[in-house]
Design a protein around this ligand. Structure first.
Ligand code: GLU
Length: 315
């Protein structure tokens, strides 16, 4: 994997609104892991989906992260050698990657509608890609033809592709991508580059060695490792943070109505109190701890304390 390269981590928020507790927890843990390894941390704004992107949200999120006591070495506000750090400004790189994959015969154009896919798919499952794509358009390749609607670009997943990842906190994850996900979308019919493509292109270009993020993205890792290899690179090491549960059992990131960091700030709560509440839910401090700073948590950083983590591998 990434052995020998200096640790480079990243936090990649989607600016779809104010920073939630779940995203703040992921950012805090990415920061702790990078700083404990003496590594660099990159902030990259993932604003590829225009209707979901809220103007100004990226700046507000970064302001909230700084208020929590986090810092980073490269990002939209501090610059760095891999600028721009905003995905909406990196389209030419994604185009280049698509062209490289197309040149190797690994892409095809697909004008199937969702309804058609759902009808043909034998075993619909509720994955993030929807039902597994049955491969209807695969044999038609990239050749222009009379399309029924603006076509998407799909990745032709090699039939035998089995990806085995040793997640630092979740253990071994094995996925047969062709069977479990099928040919996934790299660019949607409306021209929007898919998250899977953009994240891989950027992690390679930004020389990311370590991805620390919520376990809701564990299922994307195999696709990302497959794409990284197809692009001639190597996948980063992954460390997926168990999905932390609020006291009522709801997933922290998705809890309807859970106050954003901004909301708690504006209600007058102080940063060490918010940081301590995140650290308590993560299991990093005892239930009695009411105040904490990221620097204090760093001094005591021990990822095996994370709730739901049984074994830990060093970066
Ligand atoms: N932008 C993604 C999100 O906010 C995170 C992507 C990643 O960490 O790979 O959910």
């Amino acid at each position: 994997m990434s052995a020998g390269r200096p640790y480079r981590g990243r936090f990649a928020p989607s600016p779809t609104g104010d920073l939630h507790l779940g995203s703040a927890a992921a950012a805090l843990v990415a920061w702790l892991d990078a700083r404990a390894a003496g590594g660099a941390l990159v902030v990259r704004v993932e604003d590829l989906d225009p209707p979901r992107t809220v103007p100004g949200a990226a700046d507000r999120q970064m302001d909230d992260l700084r208020w929590l006591g986090l810092d980073w070495d490269e990002g939209p506000d501090v610059g760095g050698p891999h600028t721009p750090y905003v995905q909406s400004a990196r389209g030419a790189r994604y185009e280049g990657a698509l062209a490289a994959l197309a040149g190797r015969g690994l892409t095809y154009l697909c004008d199937c509608s969702r309804a058609e896919i759902a009808r043909v798919a034998s075993a619909p499952h509720a994955g993030d890609e929807g039902p597994r794509y049955p491969g209807t358009c695969r044999a038609l390749g990239m050749a222009p033809r009379p399309f029924r609607r603006a076509p998407a670009v799909r990745f032709a997943v090699p039939a035998d592709a089995e990806i085995a990842l040793d997640d630092r906190w979740q253990g071994r994850h094995v996925e047969r991508v062709a069977e479990q996900v099928g040919d996934f979308v790299l660019r949607r019919g409306d021209g929007v580059f898919a998250y899977q493509l953009a994240v891989v292109v950027d992690d390679l270009a930004m020389e990311i060695t370590d991805v620390v993020r919520g376990a809701d993205l564990l299922g994307s890792s195999a696709r990302q490792a497959l794409l990284a290899r197809a692009l001639g690179g190597e996948a980063p090491r992954f460390a997926h943070l168990p999905l932390v549960l609020a006291s009522d059992g709801a997933r922290l990131a998705k809890r309807a109505g859970s106050p954003s960091i901004r909301g708690r700030r504006e209600a007058g709560e102080r940063s060490p109190s918010v940081v301590a509440s995140i650290a308590r839910v993560l299991g990093l401090v005892d239930a009695s701890v009411r105040q904490a700073t990221p620097r204090e948590l760093l001094a005591a950083w021990n990822p095996s304390r994370l709730v739901g983590v049984a074994s830990v591998r060093a970066p």
